[in-house]
Structure formats: structure tokens, C-alpha cells
Design a protein around this ligand. Structure first.
Ligand SMILES: [Zn+2]
Ligand SMILES: [Zn+2]
Length: 294
């Protein structure tokens, strides 16, 4: 970490988190989050470990905390059942949810943690930034939007290929164990699927970083968080009157992906609807209706 980058701070040799934060506070240019960022890297004094901790913790905390509202919704059917998409099905049992948590934790620790440790050297190789200051909001929003569209395209074609017999049996079958998905099932998949589809999330920032030298780790963290939220919401099984798809018609949301699990064929994209509409792979009765009206 370049401790002097755009700051007047020199790298201290040692210190507690609190002491280092006090030093970071001497620089009036730094925001609260930037001070924490500087403190974290100075404290660990090893950028590979510091990046690994931020990335892994962000992934775990965001994934499981975003699942909590859906666990609550399933626990109170009298309040939330009317928003359930497959409303004739019983909510997942506590046992089913716990089994899902255990499987996902195993995937996170065995498959994702080693890849996360490798992320820092990979990020440096591709020219991604992690020094201060953070990127401005406009750059962050623009790059995240690009990542959403590129990932959706990659996801559509790879997911469609996963439904080809041999690949389905070898890779994708695990994810379809639940025909009535719930939030936690978003990352319930075989290790191969986690790695192959995960490349669609991590690849675009690396390629853009390589081409422009203008991608920051903070943008990657925001993008991965939003992509996690999208996947969890798409598997939630609930469609609310305030769901994003109602204000942004291109957005698929749970209404779209739930049909993929229910009818098994069609709706292969992750975030948006356009690929399925263009390629004539819209799932269920909605797809049949579209074909009839053509
Ligand atoms: Zn599928
Ligand atoms: Zn799914």
C-alpha cells in the first residue's frame, strides 16, 4: 500500500487499530470510510492479508445479513405469504434452511476462501487500484452498470449451456435441488458452478482494470455486494409491490428467476430480461404467451 498517496501520512511501523485511526484522522481530506481503509491496511502491514480479510468478511457479512429479511418473511407466513410467488407451496423448514447454510459455508471456506487469498496478486497483475482516495460516485456507478450488463450476458449463455444434459448432470443439478427457492439458495451450487459462474462477476472488473487502469477495489466490493443482493433477492420467492422490477422493467428479479426454478427451462439470465426475450427462452406460460402473440 502506498501510504503517502494523496495523503500526508507516513506508514507507521506498529500500532493498535485505534492508534492508527487517530493518525489517519490527522488528514482532513479523508472520509470516514477512507480513514478505516487506511487504518486497516496500515494495521496488517501486509496487503495480501488486508485485502483478503476485507473481501472475505464483506462476502460473509453481506450474504448472510441480506438473507435475514427473507428468513423472517418465511417465519411469519400470516404477514408475508400473500407476497409469495409459488403461494401453494409451504415455506422452507428450519432444517432445510440450516442444511443450506452449512453447505454454503463449506463452499465459502473450501472453494472461495483460497480464491479470495489469490485475489490481491491477481488484482495487482491486472492493474486494479486500492490506494486512496476512493473513486468518485460517477465512476463507481458507471463501472458497476457495465459489470451488471456484461455479467448478465456471460451468465445467460453459460447458464443455458449448463442445461445441456451432460453439463446439467455434472455441474448444475445441485442448484436445481430447490424448485421453490428461498434467499439462502442463491449460492447453493456445485463448486464447479461457483467457480465458472463466479468468473462472470470477477472477470469484468479485472478486464476493465487491465484495459483502463481505472478500476478500484472499492468499486469491485460494491459491485460484488450488489450482485450478491441481486442473486439473493432473485431466489427469495417473494415479489413485493415495491420490487425493483416494477420501476425498472428490464430487471428480472424474483418474479423472473423463480419461474426458472419452477419450470426448469427458460429465464437463464441473472439480472435482466433482454437476453431471454431476444432469444425466445422466456420460461413458463409467460413464454408461451409471447410466442403465440408473435
Ligand atoms: Zn438453471
Ligand atoms: Zn437459481
Amino acid at each position: 500500500m502506498d501510504y503517502t498517496f494523496n495523503t500526508t501520512l507516513a506508514a507507521p511501523a506498529t500500532g493498535s487499530y485505534h492508534e492508527l485511526y487517530e493518525i489517519a484522522s490527522l488528514n482532513p481530506k479523508l472520509s470516514f470510510l477512507e480513514k478505516l481503509w487506511w487504518t486497516h491496511y496500515a494495521y496488517w502491514d501486509n496487503d495480501i492479508i488486508a485485502t483478503g480479510i476485507i473481501t472475505f468478511l464483506a462476502h460473509e457479512i453481506l450474504y448472510f445479513s441480506r438473507c435475514i429479511p427473507w428468513i423472517i418473511a418465511d417465519a411469519f407466513p400470516s404477514l408475508f405469504h400473500r407476497f409469495k410467488i409459488q403461494d401453494t407451496k409451504a415455506p422452507p423448514s428450519a432444517r432445510e434452511q440450516w442444511n443450506c447454510v452449512k453447505y454454503i459455508l463449506a463452499i465459502h471456506f473450501i472453494v472461495e476462501l483460497p480464491l479470495i487469498v489469490l485475489f490481491h496478486p491477481m488484482m495487482e497483475f491486472f492493474g486494479l487500484q486500492y490506494t486512496l482516495p476512493f473513486p468518485d460516485l460517477k465512476t463507481l456507478a458507471l463501472q458497476t452498470t457495465i459489470f451488471f450488463f456484461v455479467e448478465d450476458t456471460y451468465h445467460y449463455w453459460l447458464h443455458r449451456a449448463f442445461h445441456w444434459g451432460p453439463l446439467y448432470r455434472a455441474v448444475h443439478r445441485v442448484h436445481h435441488q430447490y424448485a421453490t427457492p428461498f434467499g439462502l439458495t442463491a449460492e447453493y451450487a456445485s463448486p464447479w458452478e461457483t467457480m465458472l459462474l463466479g468468473f462472470g462477476t470477477i472477470g469484468p472488473p479485472l478486464v476493465l482494470g487491465w484495459c483502463t487502469g481505472e478500476v478500484h477495489l472499492m468499486t469491485v466490493l460494491v459491485w460484488v455486494a450488489l450482485r450478491q443482493f441481486q442473486a439473493i433477492d432473485a431466489h427469495s420467492g417473494y415479489d413485493f409491490p415495491w420490487s425493483l422490477r416494477r420501476v425498472f422493467p428490464l430487471w428480472g428479479g424474483s418474479d423472473w428467476h423463480d419461474d426458472h426454478h419452477r419450470y426448469f427451462r427458460g429465464n437463464y439470465s441473472s439480472s435482466f430480461k433482454h437476453w431471454d426475450v431476444l432469444m425466445g427462452t422466456v420460461a413458463g406460460p409467460r413464454g408461451k404467451k409471447m410466442k403465440k402473440s408473435e
